[in-house]
Design a protein around this ligand. Structure first.
Ligand code: NA7
Length: 541
C-alpha cells in the first residue's frame, strides 16, 4: 500500500526538541521504525532557536530535565540554578548522543503537509525538501511556543540596519558594541535579553506596549553539595514532581490572601520574592488566581518592588503593570531587568503614550520622534500552542483540514487527539496543561500516554484510534469551564490567543493541574480508551 515515491515508516514525529526526542526514544523502544523531521539545522527545538543573549529557563534546572533515566539524572551536572540556553542545548545533545537518537532525525526538513488516507489507514507526510513518507502514526511534537508571531508593524521590512528576532537568533555571535539597539517587546524574552544587551550596546531603547510582572530569579551557580544532596533522593523527587500540580514540588498553600492581615501578607510576599521562584507568589495563598481582590494585593506588592528598584519615578510607573491581574500573563524571571533602566544609556519608550507609527529605513518612528538605530531586536512572541500545528496543512479522514476544523479555536480530546484525525497525537498542544506546567514533566506524561496507546493498538492488532466528537466537545467545555473559574481569561494574553490578530479568543490551556490531568488521561486509557474509538484489524491486511 505504499504510495509511489514515499518511504514507509511506523511513526513520524514532527520536531526534535525535548518532546520529539523523548517520543522517538519511547517509540523506538516499542520496536517501531520512526522518522523525526526537524526544521532546524540541529536538534534542540526551543533551545535551538531561542539563542538570544540572556535566554534561560524559568524553571530550576534540576526540575526542568528528563526524569525517565535515573542514570542520566545521576551523571548530568547542572552548573546553575536556572540553566542558560547553551547549557540546556548541551544537555539535549548529551541525551541524544547517550541514547543514540540522532540517527532517526532528519534535520533542515520542515513538515509542510499531512493527509490521512482512510483506505490504507496511513498518513502521507510531505516536507519542504520534497521527501514524503507514509506512516501509521503521526506525533506533533512541534512546540507550544515555536511559531514566531509576525510583529505586524508598518514598515517593518524597510529598516536598513540589522534585524533580529529572539526566536530566530543567528548562531554566529551578534555584536552590539558601539551600536544603538532597540528591543521591541517586554515579555519574558525581552525581559531576559534587555540586561545582557544593555551591557554590550552603546545605547539601548526598549519599546514597551504592555509592562510585565518580573520577579527576581536569584540565579546562582549550583554547589556540588546541593546537587549531590538532590541526586541522592532524585528518584523520590522525580516521583513527587510527577504527582505534583504543576510539575514542580512545593507545599500547596492553604489560606486566602484576604484572610491574612497586611503585615502577614507582606511577609509572605517578601519570602516569595526572595525565593526566586516563578510561581513563588502564586503559592502564597489559594486565591491569587481566582479572586481579583486577592490578586490585587500581589500586583501592588510587585509594583512597590518595581518602584523600589527604579530610580526614576516616571520610568517606574511606566514599567508597572496595571492593565491585567498578576500572572494572568506569564510572569517573567528578572536577572537585572529592572536595574538596567537605571543605566544612563538605557531608555524606555512607553508605546501606550507614544505608539509606533512606522519603522523607517533609519529606525523607529513613534508619534513623538524618530529613534535612529543600528539594530532592532523583535521580542514580540509567538503564535502560541496552535501556531506550529496549524502551520502544517493537515487533512483528516473526512477530507476536512485541521485549519478548517479549528477556525473557531482548537478542539481535541484531552489535548491529545482531534476527532477526525486518527492516529495523530499532539505533545504540549492546546487544551492540555503544557504552558501552565513544568513542560519537562508534562511532555513526559503525554509522550508516555501516547506510547502506551500506540503499544495498546499494536498489541491488539488495531489499526486506528480517533477521538469521538462527543468526548472532544465535553473536554473543550470542561477546559473552558475550569479556566472561567480563574482570572486567566480576563487578560489579553497569548494564553487566550489575544496576541495574534484574528486568532479566536479561547483559553488555550488546561488549568486543572497536571496531577488531575494525568489522572484523567490514565483513567481514559484504563477504561479501554474511553472517549476514543479504536478500530480495524491490522492483521487482516
Ligand atoms: P510574549 O510573552 O508574547 O511577549 C511579546 C512582547 O512583545 C509583549 O510585550 C508584547 O506586547 C510585545 N509585542 C508584540 N507585538 C508587538 C508589536 N507589534 N508592537 C509592540 N510590541 C509588541 O513573548 P516572549 O517571547 O517574550 O515570551 C514567550 C514565552 O516563551 C514566555 O512566556 C516563556 O514561557 C517562554 P503586548 O503584551 O502584546 O502588548
Amino acid at each position: 500500500t505504499t504510495a509511489a515515491g514515499a518511504d514507509r515508516v511506523d511513526a513520524v514525529v514532527v520536531g526534535a526538541g525535548l518532546s520529539g526526542l523523548y517520543q522517538l526514544y519511547r517509540l523506538r523502544a516499542l520496536g517501531l521504525r520512526v522518522a523525526v523531521f526537524e526544521a532546524g539545522e540541529d536538534i534542540g527545538g526551543t533551545w535551538y532557536w531561542n539563542r538570544y543573549p540572556g535566554a534561560r529557563c524559568d524553571v530550576e534546572s534540576m526540575s526542568y530535565s528528563y526524569s525517565f533515566s535515573p542514570e542520566l539524572d545521576q551523571e548530568w551536572e547542572w552548573s546553575e540554578r536556572y540553566a542558560s540556553q547553551p547549557e540546556i542545548l548541551r544537555y539535549i545533545h548529551h541525551v541524544a548522543d547517550r541514547f543514540g537518537l540522532r540517527g532517526d532525525v532528519t534535520l533542515r526538513t520542515r513538515v509542510t503537509s499531512a493527509a490521512y488516507d482512510g483506505t490504507t489507514h496511513t498518513w502521507r507526510v510531505s516536507t519542504d525538501t520534497g521527501r514524503t513518507v507514509t506512516t501509521r502514526f503521526l506525533v506533533l511534537a512541534s512546540g507550544c511556543m515555536s511559531a514566531p508571531k509576525d510583529p505586524g508593524i508598518p514598515g517593518q521590512n524597510s529598516f536598513t540596519g540589522e534585524v533580529l528576532h529572539t526566536a530566530r537568533w543567528p548562531s554566529e555571535e551578534v555584536s552590539f558594541t558601539g551600536k544603538r539597539v532597540a528591543v521591541i517587546g517586554t515579555g519574558c524574552s525581552g525581559v531576559q535579553a534587555v540586561p545582557v544587551i544593555a551591557e554590550r550596546a552603546a545605547a539601548l531603547t526598549v519599546f514597551q506596549r504592555t509592562p510585565a510582572y518580573a520577579l527576581p530569579a536569584h540565579n546562582r551557580p549550583l554547589l556540588g553539595a546541593e546537587t549531590a544532596e538532590l541526586k541522592a533522593r532524585y528518584p523520590q523527587f522525580r516521583q513527587a514532581q510527577r504527582l505534583s500540580r504543576g510539575g514542580t514540588v512545593f507545599e500547596p498553600p492553604t489560606g486566602s490572601a484576604l484572610a491574612a492581615d497586611e503585615a502577614e501578607r507582606t511577609a509572605a510576599y517578601e519570602a516569595a520574592w526572595g525565593s526566586g521562584l516563578l510561581s513563588g507568589l502564586l503559592r502564597t495563598y489559594t486565591d491569587i488566581l481566582t479572586d481579583e481582590k486577592a490578586n490585587a494585593t500581589v500586583a501592588e506588592f510587585v509594583r512597590s518592588k518595581i518602584r523600589s528598584i527604579i530610580d526614576d519615578a516616571e520610568t517606574a510607573e511606566a514599567l508597572s503593570p496595571r492593565t491585567f491581574p498578576f500572572a494572568t500573563k506569564r510572569p517573567c524571571l528578572d536577572t537585572g531587568y529592572y536595574a538596567a533602566y537605571n543605566l544612563p544609556h538605557v531608555m524606555l519608550v512607553d508605546l501606550r503614550a507614544t505608539p509606533i507609527e512606522t519603522i523607517t529605513p533609519r529606525g523607529i518612528l513613534t508619534t513623538e520622534e524618530e529613534h535612529a538605530l543600528d539594530t532592532i531586536v523583535f521580542a514580540t512572541g509567538f503564535d502560541a500552542l496552535t501556531g506550529s500545528q496549524l502551520a502544517i496543512d493537515i487533512v483528516g479522514s473526512a477530507g476536512v483540514s485541521l485549519r478548517e476544523k479549528w477556525a473557531d479555536g482548537p478542539r481535541n480530546h484531552l489535548g491529545l487527539m482531534s476527532a477526525g484525525f486518527p492516529n495523530l497525537f499532539t505533545v504540549l498542544g492546546p487544551l492540555s496543561p503544557s504552558v501552565l506546567s513544568n513542560i519537562a514533566v508534562s511532555l513526559e506524561q503525554q509522550v508516555e500516554w501516547i506510547t502506551d496507546c500506540i503499544a495498546h493498538l499494536i498489541g491488539r492488532g488495531l489499526t486506528e484510534i480517533d477521538a469521538t466528537p462527543e468526548a472532544e466537545e465535553a473536554w473543550g467545555a470542561h477546559v473552558a469551564e475550569l479556566a472561567d473559574r480563574t482570572l486567566y481569561p480576563t487578560a489579553e494574553s497569548w494564553y487566550m490567543g489575544s496576541n495574534v490578530p484574528g486568532k479566536p479568543k479561547v483559553f488555550l490551556a488546561y488549568t486543572g493541574g497536571l496531577d488531575r490531568y494525568r489522572a484523567v488521561c490514565d483513567a481514559a486509557a484504563r477504561n479501554g480508551y474511553s472517549g476514543f474509538v479504536l478500530s480495524g484489524d491490522a492483521r487482516e491486511r
